[in-house]
Ligand binder design. Structure first.
Ligand SMILES: C[S@@+](CC[C@H](N)C(=O)[O-])C[C@H]1O[C@@H](n2cnc3c(N)ncnc32)[C@H](O)[C@@H]1O
Length: 300
């Protein structure tokens, strides 16, 4: 197999999970292959990539997408991300065969309606706190009438996060760490199955929801996968976000989310703003640098 270029370490680290491996090459190459194969396993039995146009929404530095042209060159493979450094690296090293573009923070993109046969987003809606509805509608617009959308989520299958119970009765779409930047992984979103069926189900028919296993191995690390077909509807952001009528779990989930955000805020106020936290900041910086040294240089 021809040797393939490896992106700079910081671009691999920002798409996550290097804490589970000491090898950036493994995080990029093996995980990317696993993610690609897992996504293909969710496609219909008679699916082929020949003549199909595919979008990897939030492709990062392309660890999944680059498997497409290698495995099945008869397809057309597109990727987008808000991270200009990742898109610049992909443009220089992998386009062509890939088609890549920088996505705006909020839609629309400049692509025409019905442009794609398949859109997938791996570990993206797990972090979209405010713009999820606008992007879900944009992906709906970009899909062909018979197109397939595959998104991963955290939630179904999980019962707690950092000691906070996350049963389906108290989770709708709950947001943790809303202040986290994308380079730090972004906010963390938990979805429950009933909420996904109620809200995403307005725009898409959910044909499969494969629940995650909280102790699960790579490439999912506990995420679930939602496979969807486009419904022939035109919806607004408000219509997608509006609470499900007569659904008491909407209110319970909101209350639970306010409670968990208050706990985070208390933690933030007590520790981050405290004198001892500020005084020990240099030590933590040294620790971070040391961990980077122990992990070793980026493999080439
Ligand atoms: C956890 S990373 C996963 C990256 C990639 N899917 C992978 O598995 O390697 C989430 C990615 O979503 C990207 N992202 C966030 N908001 C986006 C948006 N509005 N449009 C496109 N990409 C976005 C982030 O920049 C980041 O690269």
């Amino acid at each position: 197999m021809p040797s393939r270029p490896l992106p700079p370490a910081e671009l691999i680290r920002r798409v996550g999970w290097d804490i589970h491996s000491r090898s950036l090459a493994e995080v990029y190459e093996q995980r990317g292959r696993d993610q690609w194969e897992f996504t293909c396993s969710l496609l219909p039995a008679d699916w082929t990539f020949a003549g199909k146009r595919v979008l990897d929404f939030g492709c990062g530095v392309g660890r999944m997408l680059r498997n497409g042209p290698e495995r099945d060159p008869a397809g057309e493979y597109w990727g987008c991300d808000i991270d200009s450094r990742s898109i610049a690296w992909l443009s220089e090293h992998l386009a062509p065969p890939l088609h890549v573009f920088e996505a705006p923070d909020l839609p629309p993109t400049s692509l025409p309606d019905g442009h794609f046969d398949l859109i997938y987003a791996f570990s993206v809606f797990t972090h979209l706190s405010d713009s999820w509805s606008a992007w879900l509608l944009e992906l709906h617009r970009l899909l062909k009438a018979d197109g397939i959308l595959i998104l991963t989520v955290f939630g179904p299958g999980c019962s707690s996060h950092m000691g906070i119970p996350l049963d389906g009765d108290h989770v709708g779409m709950n947001v943790f760490a809303p202040y986290t930047e994308w380079d730090g992984g972004g906010p963390l979103i938990f979805h429950s199955e009933w909420w996904l069926r109620a809200h995403w189900g307005r725009a898409f028919e959910i044909t499969e929801l494969r629940p995650g296993d909280p102790a699960g191995p790579p490439p999912l690390f506990g995420q679930s996968a939602v496979v969807m077909r486009k419904r022939p509807v035109t919806l607004s952001i408000e219509e997608l976000e509006r609470p499900e009528p007569d659904e008491p779990r909407e209110f319970r989930a909101l209350r639970a989310n306010v409670a968990s955000l208050s706990t985070e805020l208390r933690w933030h106020t007590v520790y981050i703003k405290s004198r001892s936290w500020r005084l020990t900041a240099p030590l933590r910086a040294v620790g971070r640098r040391l961990r980077g040294v122990l992990r070793g240089p980026a493999p080439r």
